[in-house]
Design a protein around this ligand. Sequence first.
Ligand code: NAD
Length: 258
Amino acid sequence: MSEHRVALVTAGASGIGRAIAERLLADGISVHICDINETALHACTNELVGITGSCCDVSDATQVEGLFAEMATHYDRLDILINNAGIAGPTASVEDIAPEDWDRTIAVDLNSAFYVTRLAAPLLKKSGGSIVNMASNAALFGFPLRSPYTAAKWAIIGLTKTWAMELGPDGVNVNALCPGSVNGPRIENVINKDAKERGVSPNEIRDVYQRQSSMRLFVDAEDIAETVRFLCSPAGHSISGQALGIDGHTEGLSNWLG
Ligand code: NAD
């Protein structure tokens, strides 16, 4: 059996997933990432020493089976599962959402967590490991113009509580994180696009967005990664079944994209 703990981070080649992978690696944990974007995956596995990776669309159950077969050629254990994959899906009012866009968002944001966890659970039960599911603070409130995203993320919290009950007796803790908007190119693109459409400055739009949070902030991916590290460490192991906001405290999301 491998000496080091082993983690799987889905959608780990960029964004929050990559920050988590880097944080776990820094703790001496062996990390396997998967990502749908082959270029980003290879860039990540080339840049980070000690990381392994598989190209995989986690919304496809067959590809997820291939992912576990490939992981088994590197590792004989799994201690940490980070169900991080998620897309924003359509930004549109309910009457304007196409069923195929609904289905794709649910597939990536919800079905993927089931496909991965059903194969990870036997390994995690053996190691008494940890699962962290990436939800969103949209899972704590309604989020106008984001129906499928909100539905999937609320369901992720339901699964978190269910899996905490199912796997807890085998020593597995299961939690969900609910970040607010994260600092980085994604939020900057949204801000710039919105500012252009409304004919106002990006700073005005940034201010409106940040006022969603009591602390008037966007979150750093590294802070999310640090929380993951804690929940997957012995010190965080008795915390389970929780949906933890990482958003500078937000009481609700207004129609800010409308
Ligand atoms: P991102 O858009 O930066 O994407 C990260 C990675 O996901 C990319 O490398 C992409 O190729 C990969 N990916 C996309 N679809 C995939 C699929 N089907 N299979 C495998 N890989 C896939 O994402 P992010 O902003 O880092 O978000 C990560 C998670 O955090 C998501 O679940 C997201 O919903 C959640 N979240 C993000 C924010 C935010 O502001 N960024 C806020 C709250 C919650």
